[in-house]
Design a protein around this ligand. Structure first.
Ligand code: CP
Ligand code: NVA
Length: 309
């Protein structure tokens, strides 16, 4: 079995294998409806337990459909309904029970340490469904969406991120190393990526480009990404942070500085960082992006269950 916790720890060839498999599976089930099971039903009889410590719409639905279409099923838990935490049950005991009843565990959490702890005690694979430091299933799926739309390898494209240095950007940075694409980041000076992340990039002989001017960051971009300035449970002065990002809004004016056929992506939910005019424009591919989570997560599940061919 394999865990899926951070893109930076997964070999590039495995990430590519996941994308290739997702493409094949997506094409094959074109005529099937939502709940119909893929012909080979590779995860028949398997149970994926999902646990959310933070809100979710897309991750919850896409994992539900992903395991279902592979022939398995899911059960969704909220951590405040378990004994773990308030009832005093240890994480180790919880992990052992999850491993006894379930076949895989997807966790969205406030704590990266909690994912590491679960990993140590589980005997089934764990998938990171968003943590403070990364959102790997989202970003791998976004690479799929970009290649699907642009019909070329992401290594030949210029990707720009406009926004906060948050979990999604951390995973995008890891992806830029694994898939070797150009990554520009546009953000206010004090909101750049953390030093240890930049050091990791350097250690991997990669360069990313940081601009404190949104217009400069989007020049030549094939793809512009953004995300909420205030992430879930971001404990900051929200008003102040939002005002510091006022020059980093995706407007139709800003889009003009990018390539003509530049697309706009956003993992959702959105805040005020993108103008409605851009969000609902032809260049915006956010709905296709959201739905592709199902297809890529199916192949992530197969990777975790060692069934990727
Ligand atoms: N993009 C994403 O992870 O959405 P949810 O928070 O709704 O799961
Ligand atoms: N950066 C956002 C992503 C939400 C899917 C957050 O952590 O809230």
């Amino acid at each position: 079995m394999s865990h899926f916790i951070n893109l930076k720890d997964i070999p590039a060839k495995d990430l590519r294998k996941i994308l290739v498999n997702a493409k094949k599976r997506k094409t094959k089930r074109k005529k099937l409806s939502t709940l119909e099971i893929d012909q080979d039903a590779p995860l028949k009889g398997k149970l994926l337990v999902q646990m959310f410590e933070k809100s979710s719409l897309r991750t919850r639905l896409s994992f539900y459909l992903a395991i279902k279409q592979l022939g398995g099923g899911t059960l969704t838990l909220r951590s405040n309904e378990l004994h773990l935490g308030e009832g005093g049950e240890t994480l180790e005991d919880t992990a052992k029970i999850l491993s006894t009843y379930g076949d895989g565990f997807m966790l969205r959490t406030d704590s990266d340490q909690k994912i590491r702890d679960f990993k140590n005690y589980l005997s089934i694979p764990i998938i990171n469904g968003l943590s403070p430091s990364s959102h790997p299933t989202q970003v791998l799926s976004d690479i799929f969406t970009i290649e699907e739309i642009k019909k070329k390898s992401i290594s030949k494209l210029n990707i720009t991120w406009i926004g906060d240095s948050n979990n999604v950007l951390n995973s995008l940075i890891a992806a830029s190393v694994k898939f070797n694409f150009r990554l520009n980041i546009g953000c206010p000076k004090k909101y750049g990526p953390k030093k240890f992340i930049l050091n990791w990039v350097k250690t991997n002989n990669k360069k990313i480009f940081i601009f404190n001017d949104a217009k400069k960051a989007v020049v030549n971009a094939d793809v512009i990404f953004s995300d909420k300035v205030i992430s879930l449970n971001d404990k900051v002065n929200k008003k102040k942070k939002l005002s510091q990002f006022k020059n980093f809004k995706i407007t139709s004016e800003l889009m003009k500085y990018a390539k003509k056929d530049c697309i706009f992506l956003h993992c959702l939910p959105r805040g005020t960082e993108v103008e409605e005019k851009v969000f609902f424009s032809k260049q915006s591919k956010v709905w296709q992006q959201a739905l592709n989570r199902v297809h890529v997560q199916k192949s992530i599940l197969l990777y975790c269950f060692e069934k990727l061919r």
